[in-house]
Ligand binder design. Structure first.
Ligand code: UDP
Length: 140
């Protein structure tokens, strides 16, 4: 399988509980390398832009409010089949449905405050990485 890059976000519920290191350990133990990382506070416009695909969903206003409620850690993960591998170790969107041992099963508070974001396809990974990082900020 090819080496890929995927965008990850450690969400405000996880930064609030000081879980960045524990979550990063999950990525590294799974063979994913953190090749870019920054802790930022998203603006409302950035959160709306990032989740624009969900703009018509009923949960959109609450999701945007949640994503700006505290700092997030945006990061680029690199490794063999990184997009699918990250989705696997994240677990299902709703932590009630997430497989045991996944990040969301172990750390998420709710379907909204579910601790992590991960790109869902290689195509979206490229778009999402470019949303947050310039080429010179990524060191593979
Ligand atoms: N979300 C929510 N309510 C829902 C579904 C999703 O608040 O009923 C939030 C949740 O934080 C989720 C994000 O919207 O991670 C994006 O949803 P998506 O279906 O893309 O899930 P993901 O790819 O993050 O698993």
């Amino acid at each position: 399988m090819a080496t890929e890059r995927t965008l990850s976000i450690i969400k405000p519920d996880a930064t609030r509980r000081n879980l960045t290191g524990k979550i990063n350990a999950r990525f590294e133990e799974a063979g994913l390398r953190i090749v870019a990382q920054k802790r930022v506070r998203l603006t409302k416009e950035q959160a709306e832009g990032f989740y624009a695909v969900h703009a018509e969903r009923s949960f959109f206003p609450e999701l945007v409010a949640f994503m700006v409620s505290g700092p997030v850690v945006v990061q680029v993960l690199e490794g063999e089949g990184a997009v699918a591998k990250n989705r696997e170790i994240m677990g299902a969107t709703n932590p009630a449905n997430a497989a045991p041992g996944t990040i969301r099963a172990d750390f998420a508070e709710s379907v909204e405050a579910n601790s992590v974001h991960g790109s869902d396809s290689l195509e979206n990974a490229k778009i999402e990485i470019a949303f947050f990082f310039s080429q010179c900020e990524i060191a593979g």
